[in-house]
Design a protein around this ligand. Sequence first.
Ligand SMILES: O=C(O)CCC(=O)C(=O)O
Ligand SMILES: [Fe+2]
Length: 307
Amino acid sequence: MTIMYKEFDDEGYYHGTLLSTEQINDWRKRILEFYFRKYENLETSKKQSLNPAESLHELDILKLITQKSLVAALDQILGDDWLLIPDFNIHINSLYLNGWHVDAGSELMLMRENFSPWQYDDPLEKIIDPSFRQIKCGIYLQDNEPDKTGGGIDYVSKSHHIYKLTGIRKLDYQLARIISYIHTKFGSHTPAPTKAGDFLIFDSLLKHKGSHPAEEFFDDISDLERDLKVLDCQNWPLNDIKIVIYFSACTRKKGAEYLKNCHYRINKYGKENPKAQFWREITEISYPKSYTREQILLLQNSQVVPL
Ligand SMILES: O=C(O)CCC(=O)C(=O)O
Ligand SMILES: [Fe+2]
């Protein structure tokens, strides 16, 4: 077991540095220019992230994902045979969109809705099996400062372990729900220690949410959670806008499962529902068809294989 893997497994995440100050400023500028040019007239609550196709084609985030230090960390955490999931996504001030959650949400949904003791396919067994590991990786373009403007995520320490307490899946699932509720409501929430230019690789079972900015920035934080319009980037100082580049990766075994879960979500919401759009886009990006020649070369040279 490598040191990186051990750190990831113990705490639920691993973090490292990736970009210089110059690169951070350059990426912030490029992303915001694109965002404001394209979405100037759109209500911000409707557009808080750049979707997979935009992130891939307009901003070419593969240039970041294929950096040596990041690929090396993913190799250690996922083993040599992992797949890049094209859920490419650049968040722009989407600080309050998500409450506490785990990214393996659809597996847990499936567990709640469909799994019965006589069914062979057991979603929870798969997600706790290390050979079905899935991670999310964020590249943060500002410090995480929960007492100021936010900028990263908060997490519940070691919460990715609570799905394997007894080995009896249905029981583990219910126990995890109760423990998770108590932890998130009364336990300590730790801000991830990311600085501008860092990457954070976290387990898709780790409970997390975007860090809130300090309350003094707003009249009433509870209003803020209800009223997404206050997120309007146009009125924020440019340097305080939270920008994160997100993508996921999984072990090869988990790849088909990931797509199955995408389709499950699409069907659940209905194809035309805007909520399903993100998942649809992921399923529409295929390798090598959706990638340019340069991107394919970049992927090959860095030995990154997309789903
Ligand atoms: O607000 C954030 O940075 C967290 C985003 C997140 O958890 C997600 O996209 O799944
Ligand atoms: Fe998340």
